[in-house]
Each structure stands twice: as structure tokens, then as C-alpha cells.
Design a protein around this ligand. Sequence first.
Ligand code: FAD
Length: 309
Amino acid sequence: MRLSDRLRRVVVVGAGLGGTATAVRLLQFAREPLQVMLIERRPEYRSAGVAYHPAGNHWHHVFNIQAGRMSMFREDVDDFVAWANDEADRTGWPPEWSGFTFTESGPAPRRIYAAYLADRLARAAREAADGVTLVEADGEVVDVAVGAGHAHVVVERFSLSPNETSRVTLRADHVVVATGLEERDLPFAAGVADHPSFVRHPYSEAGIARILGTGKDATVAIIGTLLTAYDSATLLLRRGHTGKIAMISRSGRMLRTTRRTTGTACSPCRRRACTARATKAGKACFAASRPNGNGRARSSPANIRKWRR
Ligand SMILES: Cc1cc2nc3c(=O)[nH]c(=O)nc-3n(C[C@H](O)[C@H](O)[C@H](O)COP(=O)(O)OP(=O)(O)OC[C@H]3O[C@@H](n4cnc5c(N)ncnc54)[C@H](O)[C@@H]3O)c2cc1C
């Protein structure tokens, strides 16, 4: 099957944050007729990707940065917080969030971001110039061949409607690859891959059910010590886990949102088991170097003063 070749078309592969944001901008800025085709291989990941899809992200999973930094528009940095407070449909939200007022510096559950992205994509499509259209298709892109001035994009299980799927070759004027990170094989875990106590996909409905089904006094080993470890341990602890939770890291890097991190890598000096921050100078050094949530940006002087107290 071949779709119409006459239309100018941009194919965006992957409808996570990167692909969705690219589609939004193309729809906003295109001034000549253009078809923006957004292809996603996992329908439940549309406008979400692994980080935000509701089935795999529990209400306890919050952004790893402040809500005020999650706007998808640099010209309107309050857009996400304003959407969450004034536009989001809160039907079905749990009590801890349903009456919550979101702030620039506060938390927000990651799963609501999917509705935000879908909403902004729909708005961009509605407001696009004449002849500028959005097509959202399911399917897996398996090959891109570049020709003279165009590309051929091969899509398996291509579908514009639930009952109609096939392999297609699309002609595209531009192709944007926004496929995120590929999952890695874990050779060391091959022997336990099917074991009922092993969780390979903590951001899936089954993975969350398995984490929440863990015996409260069970000893749990979490491989890794950053975001996913934090999310998984949070789920266990909020449910009243009393057993030992061991986090294992080959790099020694630890969560940087914890105030007391004795025995772990010190942010300023990078030494493990650094005790400098127990001293007055060390404490100031630690506070000054403390990132404001995601390890990339330094905090404001006001926040640093707050931590020093
Ligand atoms: C668990 C988790 C939590 C995170 N939390 C935050 C946060 O709080 N704040 C923040 O700023 N960042 C966060 N991040 C970082 C996050 O990865 C990025 O913010 C962003 O979601 C990455 O978007 P992406 O579009 O590049 O990739 P993804 O969101 O992974 O999207 C890629 C999409 O491409 C699809 N795809 C892949 N291959 C194909 C193919 N061949 N054909 C069709 N479709 C394909 C995939 O199914 C997927 O939906 C988090 C990441 C993770 C993993």
C-alpha cells in the first residue's frame, strides 16, 4: 500500500515528548500546506512515551524537576502549571491530587503530562494554517531509505484506524526520528527474567502491580540508584514496606534529592563516604552545589538559604 505521494509530508517517528513537541511546532509554524504524520508503535505511549504514560506511571511517580519547568513552550513557561490548575480534567484523580494547586516550584504526577501533551497537540492541529494537517498513525517504522530529495519510510502494522493495519511505504519530504532510548538487554538477569519476583519493566501496569504485590517484609534489591530506583522504592515505602530495600549502583551515584546522604558520593568533591558536609564548611559547600531536582541546574539563592537552615 502506498499513501498519496503528492502531499508535502513530514514523518515524525515516535510520539513521546520529543515527537509530540516537534509535531506541535511544525503545526504552529508551517505556512504552506503540509501533512505532519506522527507514527507511534505503542498506542499507549502516544503523547507520553515511557516516562508519562498513565498505565505505567503510578500517581506517586512525580516529575524529577519542578512542575514549573515542564512547559513545552519556552515562550510561555507557565503553560504546564496553568493547564494543570485550570484546564486539566480531574475526573478520576485520587484525593491527594484532585484538589491540589500546582505551583511553579512544586511537584506534579508524571502521568498527567500525557493529557497535557495530547491537549496541546490537538490545539496546535486545530489552529494550524489552511492545508496544514496532523495525521496520527499507529505502526512501527522499520526502515528509512533516502532518495533524491525525499525519503521512503517503511512502516509495519501501519494503522489509521483500529481495524485496518498493513505494511506501508510512505514518501516523506523530511523524517524526524524521535524514538527515545532503546531498552537494553540485561544479560546478567537472563536467568531470572521470568521469575515472578523479578520486575524488568517498572513503568508498566504489570510492573507496578508486581511492585505493589511484594510482601511488606520482603528484602528487595533494586539495581540502580537513580530515578527508577527512587520511584520503585517510593511505591514500596508509601505502601508500608518494612523489609530491607537495598539499592545497588556500579557508579556510586545516589539520589540527589535526599538531604542526609552520608556514605554516598559527595556532590562537590565526588568522593564517596565524604564527611565534609558534616562540618560547617562542608554543609555550605553541599548546599551551594545541590541541584534543584534534576542534577542539571543550580538552585536559586533563596532555596540555598532555605536548605542551610
Ligand atoms: C521513567 C522516566 C521518567 C522521566 N521523568 C522525567 C521528568 O520528570 N522530567 C523530565 O524533564 N524528563 C523526564 N524523563 C526524561 C524523558 O525521557 C524525557 O523527558 C522525554 O520523555 C524523552 O522523550 P523522547 O520523545 O525522546 O522519548 P520517549 O518518550 O521514549 O518517546 C519515544 C517514542 O518513540 C516510540 N518509538 C520508538 N521506536 C519507534 C519506531 N521504530 N516506530 C514508531 N515509534 C517508535 C516509542 O514507543 C516511544 O513512545 C524521564 C524519563 C524516564 C524514562
